[in-house]
Design a protein around this ligand. Structure first.
Ligand code: CTP
Ligand code: MG
Length: 235
């Protein structure tokens, strides 16, 4: 084993995509003819040092099995949960026996198909020797407003020191499992893994990533993702 430890990946893909709307859950929307989740898995599988990618699926998901990547030896599925944190915790549980506490786990949203190999590498290199772990993130570029009542600005929030959290987020298997179990136990809602680690009093490392590693959240993000992936194909 290298000093950096072994690596596994987890892809929470059990969400319903309510803000996106659409006929199918957004992870199965097609972008340039290919399902979002397929782009996402290909980006992770390109990193050969990742031993296995565990995908957490919604109950009754019949679409995953039709993806080409579902047949890959390094890909396995597990049941998701009602919250993202439960989906991730289930995926970690399904690695029990294979993963060791000190191994690294990279958790990456199914809805982020534009992840670049260079960003994935930057995260692995930036966090690989860290005692806590970390995440890809981008400094906030716009002026931020806190909304008050009736759609008016209450005040301007200084953006200095504010970052947008992205994925992958990379933490030690044992630590992440404990952190998520604590949050789930206390019914503390966390929207990313870093927040669960922070709740333990630890401070994840921020690794600057690319702003175009977008999460498909709203309907207009689909066109953005298509443009980003098409531009990359032309490079
Ligand atoms: N996710 C999951 N299990 C859940 C909820 C979310 O695995 N119970 C996954 C989603 O599939 C997505 C990622 O977590 O890949 C990020 O979540 P988000 O963008 O919020 O996706 P959805 O929950 O599907 O969207 P929405 O909140 O608009 O319903
Ligand atoms: Mg959600």
């Amino acid at each position: 084993m290298s000093a950096e430890g072994r690596r596994w990946a987890v892809v929470p893909a059990a969400g319903r995509g309510e803000r996106f709307g659409g006929r199918v859950p957004k992870q199965y929307e097609r972008i340039l003819g290919r399902p979002v989740l397929s782009w996402t898995l290909a980006a992770l599988l390109a990193e050969r040092s990742i031993r296995r990618v565990v995908v957490a699926l919604a109950e009754g998901d019949r679409r995953f099995g039709r993806l080409g990547e579902a047949g890959e030896a390094r890909v396995q599925a597990c049941p998701g949960g009602a919250e993202r944190s439960i989906s991730v915790a289930n995926a970690l549980e399904s690695l029990a026996g294979a993963a060791r506490d000190e191994d690294w786990v990279l958790v990456h949203d199914a809805a982020r198909p534009c992840l670049r190999t260079t960003d994935l590498r930057a995260l692995i290199d930036g966090v690989g020797r860290d005692s806590v772990g970390g995440l890809l993130a981008v400094p906030v570029g716009e002026t931020l407003k806190r909304a008050g009542s009736n759609g008016r600005v209450d005040r301007t929030v200084p953006r200095d020191g504010l970052w947008r959290a992205m994925t992958p987020q990379m933490f030690r298997y044992g630590l992440l499992k404990r952190a998520l179990a604590l949050c789930i136990d206390r019914e503390r809602n966390v929207t990313d893994e870093a927040a669960a680690i922070e709740a333990m009093g630890l401070r994840p490392r921020l690794v600057r990533g690319r702003g175009d590693n977008i999460k498909i959240t709203h309907p207009e993000d689909r066109g953005l993702a298509a443009a980003i992936l098409a531009a990359r194909a032309r490079e």
